[in-house]
Design a protein around this ligand. Structure first.
Ligand SMILES: Cc1ncc(COP(=O)(O)O)c(C=O)c1O
Length: 398
């Protein structure tokens, strides 16, 4: 949780501005604001950092994904290619936008592969929702090629990857629309919050309205203007925006420390028998939030996790069985359990979600362990951690 690790006076100051003015709402009330527009300032910081032409702050990464889907034109019955390794919000974003998720293979880069996308295309495929997993970008040259070749709309769920770039372009800006999360666990946090980005003004206008019941926000006074589409309430409060703003101003510092610590740890672990690292197509663009590494296979990875447990060293994610980020744990999705009937219950689906054939994704996630990088580690702590990891990895392969 790097954002939370560097948290204090700056966040307090921004929040106090809001509390002192008593203006908790991002629209209107100029007379009490004392000039504070935290959501707007947060959007400006995100535009500045990522290079996005347009950014719109919303209540969560999940609602940013919903805005990304709707404003990119994803609707009833559209097939959207998604990865089986992501947070469930990606899939829910497709479903609640009226789309049909179609699962495709990831590869060792932890993101959808171009070959995986190509193999999953159906006549109804409209879009790809690419997820930049665990802090680094997908293989964008290949992904763009396949999307352009098949005329697919690209939407980027960069919920876990704010701070990651590929050949100088921020994740979230390769496709039509993109989304970042500012929840409690991200590189920068607002407590809860999300940012929608795009370079397309028409998409931005739609997302801006969609997140606020269709208000077009063109008049001086929100509430008295036109509602040109149906939308919902995905608004971010000024309190959350204030925290996100203070955090966003620290992102370069956080990223620099992350990258330095990750690089040190990697150099200590290099050459460890049986261990390899996630290939990152553009290492210079890594946000540095995670060290992702592979063991030779699922069995050894599970033994390594058991050794970590025995030695009492924590901070590792084994997504294959433990976490809520892999299809194997998504029984509710596989059985389409929902609060009320869905469009998916009433149509022929292109895949049987209970019997997906994704051997490469199973192999990759089975052998993967992820370690969250801390900005707070001393060199001594990293040296000890690496030594312990080496011992655990060796023990698991005896
Ligand atoms: C890839 C991805 N997309 C979307 C989300 C949803 O973000 P939030 O928790 O802010 O709704 C997350 C959250 O972990 C995520 O990892």
């Amino acid at each position: 949780m790097p954002g939370l690790e560097l948290f204090g006076d700056e966040e307090r100051k921004e929040v106090m501005d809001v509390l002192d003015s008593k203006c908790l709402f991002r629209y209107n009330h100029e007379h009490i604001r004392n000039g504070h527009w935290k959501a707007k300032e947060l959007e400006a910081e995100v535009r500045n950092f990522t290079g996005a032409k347009f950014a719109h702050a919303v209540s969560s990464g999940s609602t940013a994904v919903a805005c990304a889907m709707a404003s990119a034109g994803i609707g009833y019955g559209d097939h959207v290619i998604v990865p089986p390794f992501t947070y469930i919000a990606t899939i829910e974003g497709v479903i609640f936008g009226g789309g049909v998720p179609v699962f495709a293979e990831i590869d060792e880069n932890l993101c959808l592969s171009a070959a995986g996308i190509e193999a999953a295309i159906t006549p109804e495929t409209k879009a790809v929702c690419l997820v930049h997993m665990c802090g680094a970008a997908a293989n964008m040259d290949e992904i763009m090629e396949v999307c352009n070749k098949h005329n697919l709309v690209l939407i980027e769920d960069a919920g876990q990857a704010l701070g990651a770039f590929y050949k100088g372009t921020s994740v979230g800006l390769f496709g039509k629309t993109g989304a970042y999360s500012f929840d409690f666990f991200k590189i920068t946090t607002a407590g809860e919050g999300g940012l929608y980005v795009t370079n397309d003004e028409a998409c931005y206008r739609l997302a801006d309205s969609y997140s606020d019941h269709g208000h077009d926000h063109l008049g001086a006074n929100r509430g008295m203007e036109q509602h040109h589409i149906l939308g919902f309430n995905y608004r971010l409060s000024e309190l959350h925006a204030a925290i996100g703003l203070a955090q966003m101003r620290k992102i370069n510092t956080i990223r620099d420390i992350n990258r330095k610590n990750k690089s040190h740890l990697k150099s200590l672990l290099a050459g460890t028998l049986g261990l390899s690292f996630r290939p990152i197509p553009d290492e210079d663009g890594d946000s540095g939030t995670f060290l992702n590494f592979f063991l030779p296979n699922t069995e050894i990875a599970q033994k390594v996790m058991a050794e970590f447990g025995k030695m009492g060293i924590g901070g590792f994610n084994y997504w294959y069985t433990n976490m809520y980020h892999f299809i194997n744990q998504w029984d509710h999705l596989k059985n389409l359990k929902s609060a009320a009937p869905l469009h998916l219950h009433k149509m022929d689906l292109p895949q049987d979600y209970n019997n997906l054939n994704l051997p490469k994704s199973q192999e990759v996630v089975g052998k993967l362990i992820s370690l969250g990088i801390s900005t707070q580690w001393s060199e001594k702590q990293m040296n000890e951690l690496a030594a312990n990891m080496k011992t655990a990895i060796a023990n698991a392969q005896l």
